[in-house]
Design a binder for this molecule. Structure first.
Ligand SMILES: [Zn+2]
Length: 146
C-alpha cells in the first residue's frame, strides 16, 4: 500500500515515520503537542489549537468528542466514591458534611483532570493516526473547523 501526500508523491506505508504511543500520550497529558512536546495543545481551557505553534503539526484532526469527560468521570468516581463510602461506614457523618467534602472535591478533580485527559486522548489519536492524523485519509486534507 502506498501513501498519497499533498505534493503528489507517494510513499510506501512502511516509510511513514513511526509514532511512539506512550510519548504522545504523555506529551498530551502535559497539554503539549503530541508530535514535538513543545507547542501548547490548547488555546484555551479545552479548545485544541489548530496547529502546533512549535512544529506546525496539524492538531485540528482530533475527534475526542465525549471520551475526555467519560474517562474523567471514571477516574474521579473511582477516587471519590470509595472515600465517601469509607467515611460513611467509619464515622456516619451528617449529610451536610458529605456535601461540603465531596461536591467541591469532585468538581475540582473533574476540572483539573479534563485538560490532561483530553490531551492524552488527542495524543493517542495522533500516535495511532486516527481520523485526519492519517496522511492517507481524506480527513487529513480538510482544514480546521471554524
Ligand atoms: Zn509540535
Amino acid at each position: 500500500m502506498t501513501v498519497q501526500i499533498l505534493t503528489g508523491q507517494t510513499l510506501p506505508e512502511e516509510a511513514r515515520p513511526q509514532r511512539d504511543l506512550w510519548s504522545a500520550v504523555r506529551r498530551g497529558m502535559r497539554c503539549r503537542c503530541p508530535a514535538c512536546g513543545e507547542g501548547r495543545l490548547f488555546t484555551s481551557y479545552l479548545k485544541v489549537a489548530p496547529h502546533c505553534e512549535a512544529c506546525g503539526e496539524a492538531l485540528h484532526h482530533h475527534r475526542s468528542d465525549d471520551a475526555p469527560p467519560y474517562v474523567t468521570i471514571m477516574i474521579v468516581g473511582h477516587v471519590v466514591v470509595p472515600m465517601l463510602m469509607w467515611l460513611e461506614l467509619a464515622y456516619e457523618p451528617a449529610l451536610w458534611i458529605h456535601f461540603i467534602l465531596w461536591l467541591p472535591l469532585t468538581l475540582a478533580m473533574c476540572l483539573l483532570l479534563l485538560p490532561p485527559v483530553k490531551g492524552a486522548i488527542v495524543g493517542y489519536q495522533w500516535a495511532l493516526r486516527m481520523h485526519g492524523f492519517d496522511e492517507n485519509s481524506d480527513e487529513s486534507r480538510q482544514g480546521p473547523n471554524p
